[in-house]
Design a protein around this ligand. Sequence first.
Ligand code: C2G
Length: 138
Amino acid sequence: MTRVLTYGTFDLFHHGHVRLLERLAALGDELYVGCSTDAFNALKGKKTALPYRHRVEVLEACRHVTHVFPEECWEQKRDDVQRFDIDVFGMGSDWKGEFDFLGDLCKVVYLPRTRNVSTTEIKDMVYDLQHELRLVKG
Ligand code: C2G
């Protein structure tokens, strides 16, 4: 049984997230996902559109994901790798090198990000659409 682990906010779930989870799931039999809590995102300086409970609900509905659990701090990764008996830790390439310290516990991989999509870009598009609608409505 090969277990894969990743972490993220996964706000406004999009195809970049799906493609990462799909490629990570293909590396093993089970994919464990640490979803950043609202409190941890505040620590990361990230304001999310959707609360933790809804971001977890979406992740749990994703067919590539086996188990979702809270990511509450930067420091929990080593414990999580050991308690879940993880074989592969993976993140998107924007995190390249950041988690090599886990290399003594498991294989660490960084997969190419999906280009031209991000939660920030989606938020900006919605904002621009709202602005245009206001101009049309007058
Ligand atoms: N991602 C991707 N392609 C995109 C956007 C995101 O492959 N177009 C990947 C990121 O590289 C990351 C994962 O999707 O591996 C989740 O991205 P975020 O929700 O933005 O996660 P982040 O806020 O980076 O939190 O401890 C690690 C942090 O919790 C990661």
